[in-house]
Each structure stands twice: as structure tokens, then as C-alpha cells.
Design a protein around this ligand. Structure first.
Ligand SMILES: Cc1cc2nc3c(=O)[nH]c(=O)nc-3n(C[C@H](O)[C@H](O)[C@H](O)COP(=O)(O)O)c2cc1C
Length: 331
């Protein structure tokens, strides 16, 4: 199926696909939960502020990516955790930001109006310490121009909520069902790798009404300072991201895909993607979109290379579009 035939000629989204001008010949264009995206690349929550951060980098354009996920947003403003909040590791980084954000009211009233929705899609990242808070944040974003809402039930860096919901299928399903009830926008559930059976959790979230999954959030870890004999991070522990977690993320994408594919539920694969080959691995393993986060910290223009690499791979193999690659992992 070509992308061209997948989009009805009359679809307003065809002409208005954000970022389409920046991509090559439509081979990168794809669909996700009914949305037209110019590229399968998604910039990940917490790595690009509220969508404006990298636009200040020379040569970077929001048009190069299919969507941007905004920083995790709670009901009330949060100051986040005490320093240090990040620490470098082999092939990755630990972070314990603690969901610093100005609160959903400021994000919707003051930040969203400054974003250029003609450049790319913007997804919210909804967080909470209680189910009521997740609902409040989701409801507020539902009444906004945001294109989709990702519910972050997998943040390892807050004392209440986050991973406490994401690691228990019953709790995950309750959050998803409650958020589902207050929005018709595409609802993405962000999954924790720090749990025993991600398939069972995914199954429960599908029953509860999720439209998509983001797989994976960071892997819990810590760093020790031998001089002070204390934990490096002010929070004591944090979330590991970057290339170090890529093999874990690939397996989790494959596992969630087993459960999600029969329901046509797409996955945003993420965890250590830092070049086109990484992105292709996630697509082949079953991701429909590929997220880039930590790589931006050391290579802000990496998305241009990833778009180029995916386009070249498709051309070399005579594939018309990204969809023809998704979940094609052989046995
Ligand atoms: C500094 C930092 C802050 C993050 N903040 C959030 C957040 O607010 N909400 C969320 O769902 N994920 C957050 N994440 C997780 C990323 O969105 C992503 O899922 C994870 O880092 C794996 O991808 P990567 O290896 O490409 O960075 C954060 C990651 C980093 C490195």
C-alpha cells in the first residue's frame, strides 16, 4: 500500500501535513492514530522542553520530525528534584529531573499558543500523582489544539505516581480508562521497562481504551560517587536512557507488538536511537514511529541524518514507504 493511496485525495491533512515540505518525496510520510505525519521521527518528552528548545540550534527545524512530545506536565507546577539531576554513564545518561514543569494551565494558556502547529504535530505528556490528577491534565489538554495525549505512567523519578501506576497492570488500566473517558484525542500509553510482564500490562491498557503505546521510558538506575560515598543524583536514583538501553527497548517493543498488532495499535519505539540504523531496527521490530531523545543532547541535528538514512534504505530495497517495513522481523 503506498502512502499516496492511503490518503484520500480530498483529505485536508494531505496538503496540510505539518513539515511535509521538508521531507523527500513522501516516502517518509506516515500515519499514526489517524494523523498524517511528515516523518516517523518523534522528539521525546523531556528532551526538547516545550517544543521551542532546539529551534534555536542553527540548522535544526521542527519540520524534520513527524511530532514533538512536550515535557511531562502535571496539574500544579513542579520544581523538580534537587541537584544533581543528570549523570553521564557508559553509552547513556541517568536523569532525575522530577517532572519540573509550570503546570497544565500555563502550558495550555501560555505555551501552546506560541507553537507553530503548521511545522509539525505536538503531543502532550500527561503526568500525575493520583488518577484524578491524570484526568485533570488530560481533560485540560483535550480542550486545546494538542494533536495527541501521551499518558506517562512510567516516570521513575517522582515519589508518587509515575512508575507506581505503570508497573502494576491493574493500576495502569485504571489510569488509561479514566483518561479515555475524558478525551477523544489519540491516547498514547507510555510503558515502563521496569516491570515483570509488559505484555500483560499492554493487554490491560488495550482493554482500557489506549490508542497507542510509547515503549519504553527510562530504565531505573543509580550512580555512586566514591569520594563522597553518596549517590550522584540528588534523588538517589534516576532513569537510564541512551544507547545503553537500546537492546532492552527493542525487546520490549517486540513484546508489546505481539499484543498490540492484532488490534492495529501502533507503537512509538524509543530507547537509545541515535542513527538511521537504530531507527530501522525499531521499525523492523514493530514500531510505527521512532523516538529520539538523549541523542539530541550530543547531536542536535541527528534527525536530518536519520530521515536521510531511512529514505536511502527504503529506496535501495524498493519499498514505497515506512509502513512496508513495520514489524517485518523474520524468524
Ligand atoms: C532529561 C530527560 C527528561 C525526561 N523527561 C521525561 C518526561 O517528562 N516524560 C516522559 O514521559 N519521559 C521523559 N523522559 C524519557 C524520554 O522521553 C525517553 O522515553 C527515554 O529517554 C528513552 O529514549 P532515549 O534513550 O532516546 O532518550 C526523559 C528523558 C530524559 C533523558
Amino acid at each position: 500500500m503506498s502512502v499516496v493511496s492511503a490518503v484520500p485525495p480530498s483529505s485536508p491533512a494531505t496538503a496540510a501535513t505539518p513539515g511535509a515540505a521538508a521531507t523527500s518525496g513522501g516516502t517518509l510520510a506516515t500515519r499514526f492514530c489517524g494523523l498524517e505525519l511528515a516523518s516517523p521521527i518523534v522528539l521525546l518528552s523531556g528532551c526538547v522542553g516545550f517544543g521551542e528548545e532546539y529551534t534555536r540550534v542553527a540548522g535544526f527545524s521542527n519540520r524534520d520530525v513527524g511530532a514533538i512530545v512536550l515535557k511531562g506536565t502535571t496539574g500544579k507546577p513542579r520544581l523538580g528534584n534537587p541537584p544533581h539531576r543528570v549523570a553521564e554513564t557508559y553509552e547513556g545518561m541517568l536523569n532525575a529531573i522530577g517532572l519540573q514543569n509550570p503546570g497544565v494551565d500555563v502550558v495550555v494558556r501560555e505555551i501552546l499558543p506560541t507553537l507553530d502547529f503548521s511545522e509539525t504535530r505536538f503531543f502532550a505528556n500527561a503526568c500525575g500523582s493520583t488518577i484524578e490528577e491524570y484526568v485533570e491534565v488530560t481533560r485540560r489538554f483535550d480542550d486545546s489544539p494538542i494533536d495527541a495525549i501521551e499518558i506517562n505512567i512510567s516516570c521513575p523519578n517522582v515519589k508518587e505516581g509515575g512508575v507506581q501506576f505503570g508497573n502494576v497492570p491493574e493500576m495502569s488500566a485504571r489510569v488509561v480508562a479514566a483518561c479515555r473517558a475524558v478525551t477523544k484525542k489519540p491516547l498514547i500509553t507510555k510503558m515502563s521497562p521496569n516491570q515483570t510482564d509488559i505484555r500483560e500490562n499492554a493487554r490491560r491498557c488495550i482493554e482500557a481504551g489506549t490508542d497507542a503505546f510509547a515503549v519504553i521510558n527510562t530504565v531505573m538506575g543509580m550512580a555512586v560517587d566514591v569520594r563522597t560515598r553518596k549517590a550522584v543524583l540528588g534523588n538517589g536514583q534516576g532513569g537510564l536512557s541512551g544507547p545503553a538501553i537500546k537492546p532492552i527497548a527493542l525487546l520490549k517493543v517486540r513484546e508489546v507488538r505481539e499484543v498490540a498488532a492484532p488490534h492495529n495499535i501502533p507503537i512509538i519505539g524509543q530507547g537509545g536511537i541515535s542513527n538511521a540504523t537504530d531507527a530501522l531496527e525499531f521499525l523492523i521490530a514493530g514500531a510505527s514511529l521512532v523516538g529520539v531523545g538523549t541523542a539530541l543532547f550530543y547531536e542536535p541535528l541527528v534527525c536530518t541524518d536519520i530521515n536521510r538514512g531511512i529514505t536511502a534504505y527504503l529506496a535501495e530495497r524498493g519499498l514505497a514507504n515506512v509502513q512496508q517495513l513495520i514489524g517485518t522481523l523474520g524468524s
